[in-house]
Design a protein around this ligand. Sequence first.
Ligand code: ATP
Ligand code: MG
Length: 261
Amino acid sequence: MNALKVKNIRKTFRLSKKQRKIEQTSIKKKIAVDDVSFEAKPGEIFGLLGPNGAGKTTALRCIATLIKPDEGDIIVGDYSALKESTEVRKRIAFLTNELKLEDHFTPNYLFQYFSRLHGIDEATIKARRQRLFQRFGIDKFQEVKVADLSTGMKQKISIAIALVHDPDFIVFDEPTNGLDVMTAKTVTDYLVELRNEGKTIILSTHILHVVEKLCDRVGIIIEGKMKAYGILEDVIQTSSDGTLETLFFDLVKEEAGEVHG
Ligand SMILES: Nc1ncnc2c1ncn2[C@@H]1O[C@H](COP(=O)(O)OP(=O)(O)OP(=O)(O)O)[C@@H](O)[C@H]1O
Ligand SMILES: [Mg+2]
C-alpha cells in the first residue's frame, strides 16, 4: 500500500458580498489553503492541527475529492484525487461535522443503505455492521431513530457509516469534537486499532492532546499555511520549551503579528 501525499495544494474561494460583510473585508478572494504539502504512510496517523478558519476542513475536502484544489496534486495510494476521483472514493472514508444524519432513519437502516450504495454484499454488510456496532455500542440503539439519539451516539454512527466499505484511507475532520471524554476515547482507541491494521489515517483537530496522544506525524496549519510539519517528536523539539502547546501558541502569535503588525 502506498502513502497519501498532498503536494503543494492551493485553494482559493471567491467571497460573496454577504460573506465579505460578515468577515468585514473588501477583499474578494480568500486563500483558504496556501501551498500545503504533507503525507501519511500506511500504519500512521497524521494530525492536521490548526485554529478556527485555518483551512483544515478545506484541505480534507480536497483529499476526499469533494472539491478540487486550484493548484497542486493529491495522491491517495495509487490514484490522484484530482484525476481519478472515482478510484479514490472507493478507498477513502470521509467524516465531517458539516454533514448531518437524517433524523427519521435508524442506525441499522443507514448502515445498510450506505453499504448497498458501495455495492457491498449482504453477508459482508452483516459482518461489518456487527463489528462496528459492537465496537461503538450502537447495537442496542440500532432500531432507534437518529432523532432520539445523543450527540455522541450520532457521531459514532457517522463513523461506522464512514467505514462501511472498509477503506484503506481514513480522513476524519475533528472526529472527537463535542464528545464527552468516554465517547472521545472510544473513537480515538478505534483509530489506533485501525492504524495498527495498517490503515492510513488523517485527522484534523484543534485539540492539542489528541495530537500528542495519537499522531505519528503532525502539521500545524495557520491562515492556510503549513507552519510546522514532521514526525511528532521532531516538531515538538522545535518548541522553545519542548511542548506542543507553546509551539502552537507561538506560531499563532507570529502569524497574527505578520497579518496585523
Ligand atoms: N465555500 C467557501 N466559500 C468561501 N470561503 C470559504 C469556503 N469554505 C471555507 N472558506 C473560508 O476558508 C477559510 C478556511 O476554512 P476551513 O473551514 O477550511 O477552516 P477550518 O480550519 O476547518 O476551521 P474550523 O476549525 O473552524 O473548522 C475560512 O476563512 C473560511 O471562511
Ligand atoms: Mg473545519
